[in-house]
Design a protein around this ligand. Sequence first.
Ligand SMILES: [Zn+2]
Length: 270
Amino acid sequence: MLIVSIIVLLVIGGLIWQYVRQGQSRSSKDVDPLPATDSPLLHEHVAYYRSLPNDKKKLFEERVSHFLQHTKIDGVGTTVDEVDKLLVASSAVIPIFGFEGWYYYQLTNVLLYDDRFNEEYETTGSNRSILGMVGEGGALQSTMVLSKPALRDGFANENSKSNTGIHEFVHLLDKADGSTDGLPEYLLGKTHIKPWVELIHRSIREIKENQSDINPYGITNDAEFFAVVSEYFFKRPDLLEQKHPELFARLEEIFHQNPATPDKELPEQP
Ligand SMILES: [Zn+2]
């Protein structure tokens, strides 16, 4: 039994290593500083950044810069400007900002499309227009595709509970243990997995019964629920904490940060 547990842990550990890797202790000299013109852009377009205390703003800029040095962002039939790049990088950094030194090891390219896309990118069989997706294998393994208008809307509309960029990066984080299933096993204590699944299912039932303000797309499955409620957590932490304190507390634990109170001291990084 012990041996089986050890093997399972090794496999999970290996998979996490594959997708989200903790870098060597990076001092600021390993990362080129962000161009001076970028901080005002972050300030203007990224509410999450604006709400950070100054020391964390500095760290956020370093993480954004690191992301942009390692990930190529291209437009497909559309232009990509500095703000687009900063929005992609912010979407990436926000969900892992609570974990020092983490980055998306396998992701090398992000493609921005001028509009929603579907058909060949459709994986579920429904006709839903897709706003973003993460490659599941083959050539797309290291590529994320996002709709540029959806990316921009997610940041421009600061009162909404949605953000397509964050949604896709949360899927990537969720996938780090091998399956995109709404259960980031390595971020939840073993004893917390069952209560988390129960909480997801209870929340999905509430959406189905029309007793919830969470995006109904969350009922698609546990992975979509996790991505949708994470958007809410990072966009409107104040509202989520007030309306869904249990979900908020669980997400604070999962992401190891509290976007409603960004200077709150949290327990040691797991
Ligand atoms: Zn999704």
